[in-house]
Design a protein around this ligand. Structure first.
Ligand code: TYD
Ligand code: MG
Length: 494
């Protein structure tokens, strides 16, 4: 018993050591807090002249009572907020606990956003005082979408802060987008204290930061883009958003090399995380919510990059299906689901004899391992000799799909290409393929069927297990239930 006891002092030492190792940067800042002194100066609010001490009458413009103390550099965390005026915390008030039932349910009206896609993704508009992080790979169109938002919110005073592009560059982009407004301010600045000064002056109703990685605050010594800088800058904007009830959008970079601090650190802080995805070489971009304190995370917005900015795609299924007049082998339509949104997409396969010894398997927009699994099922359960063939797979439109409901369409596309028989263009599929070759049910089958019906498909193949509840649907489309792969082939190619 005695042996196992650890002395409390040793424990504390260990904890301290660990803390030192894990937060070197923080410790350094902590140390700086105690070592450095607050630097403040008095500025005349009328002419801007500077003085080390408070004076009643400005010596340069002769105005009375215009000198206000402003912080140039500050050390303690509590006072930081005085950088922008009008905060409550500066007065030293503390919050008191309240009973849950005593809290009123006063709901702030959301700010209406132009465009259905963004509205849906945000859960119905912008919540006042919310902090939104908008991430995506370089060149995907983050700045374009945010500038579009700023330009289209015509009756809202918007401040667009750019640390990446010059004013002229932003102007050029705005000209390209072709929307004019007289309520959008552009600020090219990277220091948060200067940004807050501008914010105090302009009093914008929405702030857009492009991007959080380029900003720096004077309170942290490290370079812009480092984790502590990013975290601290984001914390400053968080406090600003909550205290002034102004929504803030922050663009965040995602780099594979990790040279900039990834926005992962920020995700806990912010209210909403939006992710812009898609292939830069394709025109379609998907806007997803990965976190939303004010709405569902299953929403999806689809955009198309055009010469004059990003355009909403309201009828994605119609666009994603290209060739419906001329049936070709190797094409099958999947009734898929992206988030909560039904989406009919074209899956394409090309099966050819392997020119070299090892057959090639390549897949765009679909998991390669899952493709191997489907090929193995076809080989083992259905007797198709695909082991000696090259198999190429493509999801049209550069979209990445994770929904297992596309399995059935993919398998049909592969077999259609293998047999060189075209699938009738009015057929579509929704089903998962299991390891035994059975067709498994998929979720939200009613929505998939309705979407296929809306788009004029004549037959949809679904799993027999999905039939329950489907009978109630009043649709023109013929529903064919299948349980085994063999049944599908005989039904299509009969
Ligand atoms: P951008 O918004 O700068 O990307 P990010 O901020 O995510 O790095 O946009 C990048 C691409 O978009 C760029 O390659 C050019 C293209 N683009 C268009 O095709 N049309 C347009 O109207 C605009 C503004 C940009
Ligand atoms: Mg950009």
């Amino acid at each position: 018993m005695q042996k196992n006891r650890v002395s409390p002092r040793l424990c504390i030492e260990n904890v301290f050591q660990l803390a030192t190792i894990y937060s070197n940067v923080d410790c350094f800042n902590f140390y700086l807090c105690f070592m450095s002194k607050t630097k403040t100066t008095f500025f005349c609010q009328n002419c801007g002249s500077q003085s080390a001490k408070w004076v009643g009458k400005c010596p340069s413009c002769n105005e009375w009572n215009t000198f206000v103390e402003e912080v140039i550099q500050k050390d303690t965390k509590n006072n930081r907020l005085q950088v922008f005026s009008g905060n409550k915390n500066g007065k030293g008030e503390t919050n008191k606990s309240v009973l849950l039932q005593d809290i009123g349910t006063a709901e702030y009206p959301r700010i209406a956003v132009p465009g259905k896609e963004l509205t849906r993704v945000l859960g119905g508009g912008i919540v006042p005082g919310s902090l939104v992080l908008f991430g995506g790979e370089p060149g995907i169109g983050k700045s374009t979408l945010m500038l579009q938002l700023a330009l289209r919110l015509k009756n809202l005073k918007v401040l667009y802060v750019s640390g990446e592009e010059s004013e002229q560059q932003i102007k050029m982009r705005a000209d390209r987008i072709g929307v004019t407004t007289d309520n959008c301010f552009i600020l090219q600045e990277t220091n948060t204290q200067n940004i807050f000064q501008q914010i105090t002056e302009i009093e914008p109703q929405l702030v857009i930061i492009d991007s959080i990685q380029t900003l720096h605050t004077s309170y942290v010594e490290s370079s812009p883009g480092s984790v502590s800088q990013v975290r601290e800058c984001a914390a400053e904007f968080l406090r600003f958003a909550k205290e002034t009830n102004t929504p803030v959008f922050m663009i965040g970079h995602i780099t594979k090399e990790g040279s900039l601090a990834g926005p992962k650190v920020l995700e806990h802080m912010v209210d909403t995380v939006l992710q812009f995805e898609g292939d830069r070489n394709h025109v379609y971009r998907l806007l997803r919510t990965t976190k939303n304190r004010f709405g569902s995370t299953n929403e999806l917005g689809i955009y198309e990059m055009q010469g004059e900015g990003l355009k909403e795609v309201t009828n994605p299924s119609e666009i994603l299906i290209t060739n419906r007049d001329n049936p070709t082998s190797g094409v099958a339509i999947a009734a898929s689901l992206e988030g909560n949104r039904p989406l009919l997409i074209e899956t394409q396969a090309l099966v050819s004899s392997a020119a070299y010894g090892t057959p090639q398997r390549s897949s765009t927009g679909f998991d390669l391992r899952r493709l191997s699994m489907l090929l193995a099922v076809l080989e083992k359960r259905c007797g198709f000799r695909l082991g000696i063939k090259d198999v190429f797979l493509n999801i049209a439109g550069g979209i990445k799909i994770e929904d297992p409901g596309v399995d059935l369409a993919l398998v049909c596309a592969i077999l259609s290409s293998n047999e060189d028989l075209a699938i009738p263009q009015n057929f579509c599929f929704a089903g998962e393929v299991g390891l035994t070759g059975e067709i498994r049910p998929v979720n939200r089958i009613e929505q998939r069927i309705s979407e296929a019906d809306k788009l004029g498909f004549s037959k949809i193949f679904i799993s027999g297990y999905n039939l329950k509840g489907v009978e109630r649907l009043k649709t023109k489309i013929e529903i064919v239930s299948v349980n085994k792969m063999e049944e599908v082939f005989s039904a299509i190619f009969a």
